[in-house]
Design a protein around this ligand. Structure first.
Ligand code: PMP
Length: 278
């Protein structure tokens, strides 16, 4: 069942309503988090709450709940939703303004939490992606709700017959439309540096930690578009898809088009991590 907590009250998701003067609606002025629930428990809760705090701070929006309150609300959402595998979606906007104005005044943030069943894509579906110019703003590390640019990139890619877009800024890979990018070349795992042009993915950080713990060669550095195309393996990471293989970029096969050995190892380690955390 999909349920929602909105500013203190629980209701079915489709009945939840906010004012048109909410700055989230008017300006996309808010932030969000997507937290996976495995076996009835939130996964990497502390990391998600820390990123929420960073995003709010960057937009000068007040943190509306304490850490304990969030944790309590997440438990309640899981209990009410009655799902073992689910996705917790958390959104905080600057709140309802008196009138539409670019200038914001102090307002009570709007707090939304939803819990929806987790829908996992079939593991046999490897992704075919296309590279596109990254024309987004230069604060990609903030998890803002205004996702028009990301959404446009993904939908354009789909309209062209691909599954997704990998974004390239000044010749360097930043991230995909809703995930982080990893390549493998000569057994070395490489991912772009987490700067202001990409989201500092929680899954990305978990994969890096696993690589380090298990002595897998790893580098955090720029990846050129040419390097992406010449990689032995390409994967993307995100809460919703965990670690997912890409087998084609710009209609060109990556490696032999099959799932790579390093991917397989990291995928298995990630599954173990999920089990250990419960
Ligand atoms: N980059 C972008 C643009 C995203 O939207 C997401 C997922 N929301 C990610 C990366 C991956 O982040 P995470 O692993 O924390 O889900």
């Amino acid at each position: 069942m999909s349920i929602a907590y909105l500013n203190g009250s629980w209701q079915p998701l489709e009945e939840a309503r906010v004012s048109v003067l909410d700055r989230g609606f008017m300006f996309g002025d808010g932030v969000y988090e997507v937290i996976p629930v495995y076996q009835g428990k939130p996964f990497a809760e502390d990391e998600h709450l820390a990123r929420l705090a960073t995003s709010l701070k960057e937009l000068h929006i007040m943190m509306p709940r304490s850490e304990d309150d969030w944790q309590e609300l997440f438990r309640e959402a899981i209990d009410r939703g009655d799902e073992d595998e689910a996705i917790l979606y958390v959104q905080v906007t600057r709140g309802v303004a008196e009138s539409r104005s670019h200038i914001y005044e102090d307002s009570e943030p709007t707090v939304l939490i939803t819990l929806s069943p987790r829908v996992t894509p079939g593991l046999d579906h490897k992704l075919s992606v296309v590279t596109k110019e990254d024309f987004r703003w230069a604060r990609g590390h903030i998890k803002v709700i205004s996702l028009a640019a990301n959404s446009l990139a993904k939908n354009e890619a789909i309209a062209e017959g691909y599954d997704d877009a990998i974004l390239v800024r000044d010749g360097k890979v930043t991230e995909a439309s809703s995930s982080n990018v990893f390549i493998v070349k000569d057994s070395v795992i490489v991912t772009p540096i987490a700067d202001n042009h990409l989201l500092h993915g929680i899954t990305r950080a978990q994969v890096i930690a696993l690589a380090k713990q298990h002595d897998l060669p790893f580098e955090e550095r720029d990846i050129s578009e040419d390097e992406l195309l010449a990689a032995d393996e390409v994967w993307v990471t995100a809460t919703s898809i965990e670690v997912w293989p890409v087998h084609k970029v710009n209609n060109q096969w990556i490696g032999n088009g099959e799932v790579g050995l390093v991917y397989q190892k990291v995928y298995n380690l990630f599954q173990e991590l999920k089990c250990q955390s419960n």
